[in-house]
Write a protein that binds this ligand. Structure first.
Ligand SMILES: NC(=O)c1ccc[n+]([C@@H]2O[C@H](COP(=O)([O-])OP(=O)(O)OC[C@H]3O[C@@H](n4cnc5c(N)ncnc54)[C@H](OP(=O)(O)O)[C@@H]3O)[C@@H](O)[C@H]2O)c1
Length: 306
């Protein structure tokens, strides 16, 4: 039977954190969840933008804003500490924030910025919030992309190839980060199941949706004058951000088993209702997943949660 967001039902009493929730898919997921009664924490790098987003969300649930810059691991740890101080449990953590392409930039710790934001920062956040997730038998949702099909990470990937790729090919690095989201989700689920953890993990992808992601990529490539055109084209040609949020919402539903991958199935998985889909071949190799786990622990200099 086709899944419908109405099945998600009431979310009263559940605290759900969404990274990058001031814009696009994260904002639309937050809007839906607050409307169902959830307490949604908007984890954003710019709290002014977060407050503007919060003002656009309407109850019966509630929204709060917390500062989170995934491209700064010290800031991720401070944010997680604050969340542990202020909350006793966390029903779900949606690792949604992301950047795509653009010129080479480095994170606060000197790592390539796309990998730092899309994968490393989220891996650090999941690790630091694991105790809260454990308490509430929570769920981790990782937002990947059909770009993961082109990911180039392998069981032989080196630390430098992960965090300081040469040559820097922006779209390939983006694909690698989205492959990393899937490999991390797979390994987190597998290890959690072996350890008997109550926390479950699901990966999702939003198809191709009209958000700020493409506009920012155009701007990042020094083509600011084309940004309004890109924005208009994406609104006409792509599915809406609200449609792109449906896989995230299905990923949060208890009927979606841990270890699943959810995405649309029409037009090469670019649009449509959220269905359970197969992982791309780039995300199925256990040795590659284990290698990414090992490299991530090395780079973060901390053991991952399970
Ligand atoms: N749109 C699509 O078609 C599509 C397709 C496949 C996958 N995805 C994935 O969907 C997710 C959401 O993207 P979107 O399309 O909704 O794009 P978006 O509208 O650009 O939203 C991205 C969000 O990530 C935040 N962010 C960026 N860098 C951050 C950092 N260092 N720390 C914390 N937050 C940060 C942004 O904050 P600011 O507003 O402050 O920049 C923004 O809130 C991403 O993971 C993306 O890879 C999107």
């Amino acid at each position: 039977m086709t899944w419908d967001a109405r099945q998600l039902g009431e979310q009263t009493g559940r605290t759900i954190l969404i990274t990058g929730a001031n814009s696009g898919i994260g904002l639309e997921a937050a809007r839906d969840l607050v409307g169902r009664g959830a307490c949604v924490v908007l984890a954003v790098r710019d709290t002014a933008k977060g407050e503007q987003a919060r003002a656009r969300l309407h109850g019966p649930g509630s929204a709060s804003v917390v500062e989170l810059d995934l491209a700064d691991l010290d800031q991720v740890r401070r944010c997680a500490q604050r969340l542990r101080d202020e909350h006793e449990s966390l029903a779900a953590l949606v690792c949604n924030a992301g950047i795509m392409g653009g010129p080479l930039q480095l994170s606060a710790q000197g790592f390539e910025r796309q990998m730092a934001t899309n994968h490393l920062g989220h891996a650090a956040l999941v690790t630091a919030l694991w105790p809260l997730l454990h308490t509430s038998a929570g769920r981790v949702v990782l937002v990947s992309s059909i770009a993961a099909r082109s990911g180039g990470l392998t069981a032989a990937t080196t630390r430098d190839e992960l965090v300081a790729p040469v040559p820097y090919r922006p779209q390939q690095v983006y694909a690698d980060t989205k492959q990393a989201n899937l490999l991390f989700a797979r390994e987190l689920h597998r290890r959690g199941a072996v350890a008997g953890s109550p926390v479950t993990t699901v990966a999702v992808h939003p198809g191709v949706s009209s958000t700020n992601l493409f506009r920012r990529t155009v701007q990042g490539n020094g083509l600011s004058l084309l940004a309004p055109v890109a924005s208009l084209l994406s609104r006409v040609a792509l599915q809406s951000a609200a449609a792109g949020a449906q896989p995230t919402l299905r990923g949060l539903h208890s009927s979606t088993p841990g270890g699943s991958y959810v995405g649309p199935t029409r037009l090469g998985q670019s649009r449509g209702r959220p269905e359970l889909v197969d992982l791309p071949a780039t995300a199925t190799d256990p040795a590659t997943a284990a290698r990414l786990w090992e490299l991530t622990e090395q780079v973060l200099d901390t053991p991952l949660p399970v």
